[in-house]
Design a protein around this ligand. Structure first.
Ligand SMILES: [Zn+2]
Ligand SMILES: [Zn+2]
Length: 316
């Protein structure tokens, strides 16, 4: 299966500021000054060797991740990252017939639904879109977002063929050989994690979730839910200290993600739902802290920890 990140921020879209771009340019120029970049080839190589945090962006769009497996497109959440995904789907679609899209929703906080009204494939009648949500009134919530007072086009005026599937908590559904299981997470208004399995590969999408302690019933049930996953996409919004001060805000930290991943024998941990107030360099320094924590506490654990960033593609 192929996984792609279209939006990785939490709470609100976060475009980079001019000051942040200038800071990156200064860093690139300083490195360039020490490097031989006299030919186009050398300049290309120089750029390729820079990290995405130096010469690119973590990205400012909110939660949206795709999974492609067995010619099937699954979308996890509809944050602002969904808009660019929609534009690419329309571009690729030219004369290719209708799209068949499956969208699984963790919950309906703004940062997870705001991309939908501007998702272009939703405006074409040949496209089929099926929504899956444990929140039984999901359709009503989507309608509400497009009430005329908030958005000029109502849900019913989006021409695509829409179907709403209500999932039972802790149930499993299979779409073209891909199984998708859900479980409840601790978050204001309830959010749900998904475990997607195709063939012998599994990934877990577990964002917007708080863990009180590592040995309470909910955390232990999550360790079982994450067990042996090839990839865990995890809510790492806060530093460990912030997570303590912001109890009941419904988010977690990278360090807890590492603890849970090691317990569950997860292979890859993608830190996700980055805090909008933290610039790319701060998020990167949080990653470095997390890697140190892992090195000290679990030196032998075969766990790879990295930042989810916009455009990142993974193959399992
Ligand atoms: Zn969120
Ligand atoms: Zn939320």
């Amino acid at each position: 299966m192929k996984i792609k990140f279209w939006g990785v921020r939490g709470s609100i879209p976060t475009p980079p500021t001019s000051e942040q771009i200038e800071q990156k340019m200064r860093m690139v120029l300083e490195k360039a000054a020490e490097t031989n970049i006299s030919t186009p080839e050398k300049r290309e190589l120089f750029l390729r060797n820079m990290s995405f945090v130096e010469a690119g962006l973590i990205g400012g769009n909110t939660a949206c991740v795709t999974i492609e497996a067995n010619n099937t497109l699954i979308i996890l959440d509809m944050g602002s990252g969904l808009v660019r995904l929609g534009n690419e789907l329309i571009e690729k679609q030219q004369n290719n017939g209708g799209l068949d899209i499956h969208i699984f929703m963790s919950h309906t906080h703004w940062d997870h639904i705001m991309g939908w009204p501007l998702f272009k494939p939703a405006f074409y009648s040949q496209n089929k879109i099926t929504f899956y949500s444990v929140h039984a009134d999901f359709e009503e919530r989507l309608n509400l977002q497009q009430d005329f007072r908030f958005f000029p086009v109502s849900l019913s005026h989006m021409a695509s063929q829409k179907k709403f599937v209500v999932l039972e908590p802790d149930s499993e559904i299979t779409i073209k050989g891909i199984s998708i299981r859900n479980t409840l997470q601790y978050h204001p208004g309830k959010s749900y994690a998904y475990r997607v399995t195709y063939g012998n590969k599994s990934m877990v999408y577990a964002t917007d979730s708080e863990y009180k302690t590592l040995d309470d019933d909910l955390s232990l049930s999550h360790v079982n839910f994450f067990r042996n996953a090839d990839l865990l996409i995890f809510d790492a919004m806060y530093t460990f200290e912030e997570a303590i001060h912001k109890e009941d805000w419904g988010h977690s930290s990278a360090l807890l993600g590492i603890d849970l991943s090691v317990q569950a024998n997860v292979k890859n941990l993608a830190l996700f739902h980055h805090e909008p107030d933290k610039d790319d360099f701060t998020v990167q320094s949080m990653l470095h802290r997390s890697l140190n924590y892992k090195k000290i506490n679990y030196p032998k654990a075969p766990l790879d920890v990295f930042l989810a960033y916009e455009g990142l593609e993974l193959k399992l």
